[in-house]
Ligand binder design. Structure first.
Ligand code: UD1
Length: 430
């Protein structure tokens, strides 16, 4: 077991290259089972969630060949199982994409209820509503989702009661080979929705409107293998943008799509940070102490909930009082308790966090309570005076490729350290 140790206070200078998007990769990998063929997927982030997804594909009978660290060839011709057991599914949210993908391939799927970061209740009723509209029968027993259809699925018009990334993608996966036209209304518009649609279209699907709130999917009989490169990770890029802004200095963030970053860019600019956009990069130049600003998380193109904890860290050091309003998840402030250890002044009231800026944070022993909360702890540690130790870094490894190396390259004093006696550490941390 390892922890991350940071000696804070260094300004960051240099360049950071962004990896492929986790949330796109985690939908594209299950989607490969829809084609009985070979897909070559490039720009996959080398993170533990992708490894787990690959393990599930192998379990189902896919043959996997690593071309290099970020490129895989996946042969799904011999996939012959349509069941994802609990031990695998519980480890991440995106395991539920196998319901849609296996329904599309075999007209049946048995997938244990998904796990993932805890942000409160995470229902899947909209996924089920979509599968049922396509003609499937869905039962949940002993935490296993059992979905099947007699014969084939038929396209249908589905209005999403809430804007859901997961349900939009799962319905796309299930309907891509259904007979006729499926229309998803009030669909999510995140960059990974567009990336999944682009991937499926490269395999021969007929999907239009991804990136708007009406997606039309005309079913095709067969999909074929293809070569596809995953879109850059919007949230990884946003995390380093905030890290650069919070620590001071001047960092060029490469391999990004600046359009995907607009909501983050505009909030940083409101805080007085200089953001220079180029075709495939953004430069972040800090400009003294950040100014306060209010943030409300929203589905895309609003400010992403997955950037909320990182942004909160920046605002703990801003001049004045800022308010964060979390409108996507009902329990996404669990990390604030850890942030208080740095000397931050934050009060949480329901889905609001009121942040009174302080002059300085002070290093502290903390935990990553989930993936993005872990990223926030790193940013706080980079800014804080003195040493910060972050435990439970397995959460961070789920979503950030080479986070320590990327930050070392821009001048951060950060390293991974073996925890010799985990039990003793747990006790001393209370
Ligand atoms: C995905 C991301 C997650 C991100 C979230 C919102 C992955 C693997 N995870 O999660 O990091 O925080 O999008 O951008 O891509 N809801 C329902 N019923 C449903 C589905 C969702 O009520 O059937 C609600 C949820 O409780 C939540 C909101 O809809 O309040 C958004 O959830 P959703 O967009 O589905 O999030 P995920 O796809 O699980």
């Amino acid at each position: 077991m390892e922890k991350i140790v940071i000696n804070g206070g260094n300004e960051l200078y240099g360049e950071i290259n962004i990896s492929g998007a986790k949330n796109a990769a985690l939908a594209i990998l299950p989607a490969t089972v829809l084609a009985q063929d070979i897909c070559r997927i490039e720009n996959l982030p080398d993170i533990s969630d992708v490894k787990l997804m690959v393990d599930i594909l192998s379990l189902l009978g896919a043959q996997i060949k690593y071309i290099n660290r970020n490129t895989l060839e996946i042969d799904t011709r011999f996939v012959n199982k349509c069941e994802v057991p609990y031990d695998y599914a519980k480890q991440m949210r995106a395991s539920y994409y196998f319901i849609g993908a296996l329904l599309g391939r075999f007209s049946k799927a048995r997938v244990a209820m998904p796990g993932g970061c805890f942000f409160g209740v995470r229902p899947i009723d909209q996924h089920i509503k979509g599968f049922e509209a396509l003609g499937c029968t869905v039962n949940i027993e002993n935490a296993i989702v059992d979905a099947s259809v007699d014969g084939c699925m038929y396209g249908s018009s589905i209005y999403m009661d809430v804007v859901s990334v997961g349900a939009t993608m799962n319905i796309m996966l299930a309907s891509v080979k259904a007979r006729g036209l499926t229309i998803i209304e009030n669909a999510a518009k995140e960059p990974h929705i567009v990336d999944l649609a682009n991937f499926l279209n490269t395999m021969g699907a007929d999907i239009r409107g991804a990136g708007t709130d009406v997606i039309k999917i005309r079913g095709v009989e067969n999909l074929h293998g293809c070569t596809y490169s995953v879109v850059p990770d919007q949230i990884e890029a946003g995390t380093y943008m905030v890290a650069a802004a919070a620590t001071g200095g001047n960092v060029l963030i490469n391999h990004v799509i600046p359009k995907h970053l607009e909501s983050i860019t505009s909030k940083l600019e409101e805080c007085g940070i200089i953001v220079e956009e180029d075709d495939e990069s953004v430069r972040i130049i800090s400009n003294g102490r950040p100014k306060k600003c209010n943030v409300k998380t929203m589905p895309h193109p609003g400010f992403p909930t997955d950037m909320q904890p990182q942004m909160a860290v920046l605002l703990t050091m801003a001049e004045g009082t800022s308010i964060i309003s979390e409108s996507v998840w009902d329990s996404r402030f669990r990390y604030i308790e850890q942030l208080l250890r740095f000397g931050a002044k934050v009060q949480v009231n329901g889905n609001l966090a009121v942040i009174e800026g302080v002059d300085k944070l002070k290093g502290a022993p903390v935990k990553a309570v989930d993936l993005r909360a872990g990223a926030a702890m790193i940013i706080a540690g980079l800014c804080a005076e003195g040493q910060t130790e972050i435990e439970d870094i397995k959460y961070i490894e789920r979503g950030y490729e080479d986070v320590v190396k990327k930050l070392q390259n821009v001048g951060a004093d950060i390293k991974r350290v073996e925890i010799r006696d985990p039990q003793a550490t747990v006790v001393s941390a209370g």
